[in-house]
Design a protein around this ligand. Structure first.
Ligand code: 5GP
Length: 216
């Protein structure tokens, strides 16, 4: 192991719908190609432009229940009348390879991952909207959902926001570029934590040998 060896992070992004989490996740993926996105399984139907296996694995309820029963989910939750869950296999694979995984999950998922066997790898970030009016505007402008769905999502937003203080970091997303810059800073700092760099012990031993030799 050299000093650059890192343990993988599980980077969890949560927010109410429309606070900018998905855009931030996309930007983070574009910034660092080594990041792996955890493609969730869901029983909800695809929206326009969503691709199976890219945005979500779109599965039947029977398949979803089977994945949970077989222990194939790191976490799962019921959101807006549909099931969502993070498949465990790709996460384990990435962590074993020292790679970071990015999750776009709700507070229930964040809590379950933070209590899982992989809890030491967790970095959780909550994204708040600058105002409720702005949150509603973003949901309406997105134009992807019917008015009654938007109203349901606004109610769910309150539920989501009420869990804001269970996260390691909180971003108020008024300006996307500023929030993105802050998110990168958070990720870069967390990667440098002592606990994230197990190779440092050997590296410092090497420094010690070099030091002793140079003093002889
Ligand atoms: P959407 O249907 O808008 O894509 O997602 C609805 C909500 O479900 C979002 O808050 C999103 O973060 C959350 N979500 C997506 N995938 C998962 C998952 O695998 N687990 C959990 N717990 N929540 C998820």
């Amino acid at each position: 192991m050299d000093q650059t060896t890192r343990r993988g992070l599980l980077i969890i992004l949560s927010s109410p719908s429309g606070a900018g989490k998905t855009t931030l996740a996309r930007k983070l993926m574009g910034w660092d190609e080594t990041l792996r996105f955890s493609v969730s399984a869901t029983t909800r139907p695809p929206r326009r432009g969503e691709e199976d296996g890219v945005h979500y694995h779109f599965v039947s309820e029977a398949r979803f229940r089977n994945m949970v029963a077989e222990g194939e989910m790191l976490e799962h939750a019921h959101v807006f009348g549909h099931f969502y869950g993070s498949p465990l296999g790709p996460v384990k694979e990435a962590i074993e390879a020292g790679r970071d995984v990015l999750f776009d999950v709700d507070w229930q998922g964040a809590q379950q991952i933070a209590r899982s066997a992989l809890q030491d790898h967790v970095l959780s970030v909550f994204v708040l909207p600058p105002s409720i009016a702005e949150l509603r505007r973003r949901l309406v402008e997105r134009g992807q959902d019917a008015p009654e769905v938007i109203s349901k999502r606004m109610q769910k937003s309150w539920d989501e926001i009420s869990h804001w203080d269970g996260y390691d970091y909180v971003l108020v997303n008024g300006d996307l570029e500023i929030s993105f810059a802050r998110l990168k800073t958070i990720v870069e700092a967390e990667r440098l934590r002592l606990a994230q760099q197990p190779g440092l012990t050997d590296f410092v031993r090497g420094l010690q040998s070099e030091f002793q030799e140079s003093e002889e």
